[in-house]
Design a protein around this ligand. Structure first.
Ligand code: FMN
Length: 313
């Protein structure tokens, strides 16, 4: 590794056809549609945001409680509450277009059927104000009842269909709830995805022992936060072994050192989610921490650190 400690390391990377000046993004569902977060941190100081999921129709979401703290993180069952495609385009995308200059926007997309996903992508595609899509495949496929992301055929069909709908960057968000995440990563690449996000939450449940009821209104929810960091790093490393498209590491990242674990394992970008609820500045300090790591280790550019884990293989 080379680099002059006196000069600032290069944090920007050319990815998805864009100059991305910071590798740190806010994770879907943890920053609303950006506007909600704009008073907390300067969004243009980080790489950008992954929006809350957008579905064709507005969704009301699940009954309370929707979130609770767990040892090492949190559990949530928001139920993909969102304003729906039309209001997203009218109110949210227009705000993002007007207020962000350097930060990039990826729209997180959900659906109950392949046609639902395709309708969101087709509806958004002619509009400005965002770079690409992150497809949340951790949703039950209505027909099969299984998650798109845990069924090889359903996933392949979905990615192939969406590839036909858009030329924009198409990132598939992998669920870790499979026996080998590498198999699913490969399917995404083979069907034309441009990138992978790894990972979404793990299913979990918390019990209130006094009432003998589940704490979460939906009974079960998705577990996130520091507790899932090792699983996210593993999924990133496994996906890197079998694919070549860029990976966005997610899960439990609180600071630069956490992010560098993902970057060494193969992630070009990272997302900060749960940590922002504890410290709204977490994404900004994560960026600074990665930069400090590069400087301390004499690495001239972030890009040359990606995937350099010495795993002995
Ligand atoms: C409250 C909450 C809402 C979320 N909503 C979404 C969502 O709409 N779409 C999605 O793909 N992921 C969603 N996620 C998952 C996060 O984007 C992320 O993958 C996960 O929380 C792991 O990262 P973290 O440990 O940094 O939070 C949500 C997570 C939380 C905590």
């Amino acid at each position: 590794m080379t680099g002059d400690r006196a000069t600032s390391p290069v944090m920007s990377q050319r990815l998805f056809g864009a100059d991305i000046h910071s590798p740190v993004f806010l994770a879907s569902g943890t920053c609303g549609y950006g506007q909600e977060y704009a008073d907390l941190i300067p969004l243009d100081d980080i790489g950008g945001i992954f929006t809350k999921a957008v579905s064709v129709e507005p969704r009301a979401g699940n009954p309370p409680h929707r979130v609770a703290e767990t040892p090492g993180g949190m559990i949530n069952a928001i139920g993909l509450e969102n304003v729906g495609l039309d209001r997203f385009i009218q109110d949210k995308l227009s705000w993002l277009r007007e207020h962000l200059t350097r930060a990039h926007v990826f729209v997180n997309v959900v659906g109950r059927t392949r046609d639902d996903y395709a309708a969101v992508v087709a509806g958004l595609d002619p509009h400005d104000g965002f770079l690409g899509y992150e497809i949340n495949v951790s949703c039950p496929n209505v027909k099969g009842g299984t998650l798109f992301g845990t069924d090889e055929t359903a996933l392949a069909d979905l990615v192939a269909r969406l590839r036909k709908e858009t030329d924009r960057p198409l990132i598939i968000k992998l669920t870790p709830n499979v026996s080998d995440v590498g198999v699913f990563a490969r399917i995404c690449e083979e069907e034309g995805a441009d990138g992978l996000s790894a990972i979404n939450t793990f299913p979990g449940m918390l019990v209130d022992t006094r009432s003998r009821r589940p704490v979460i209104g939906n009974r079960s929810g998705g577990v996130s936060g520091p507790a899932i960091l090792p699983m996210g790093v593993y999924a990133t490393w496994r996906a890197r072994q079998v694919t070549e498209i860029p990976i966005i590491g997610i899960g439990g990242i609180r600071d630069g050192d956490d992010a560098v674990q993902y970057i060494l394992a193969g992630a070009a970008l990272v997302q900060v989610g749960t940590a922002s609820f504890v410290d709204p500045d977490a994404a900004v300090t994560t960026h600074a921490g990665i930069e400090a790591y590069l400087r301390a280790h004499g690495v001239a550019t972030l890009a040359e650190l990606v995937g350099t884990l010495d795993d002995g293989l």
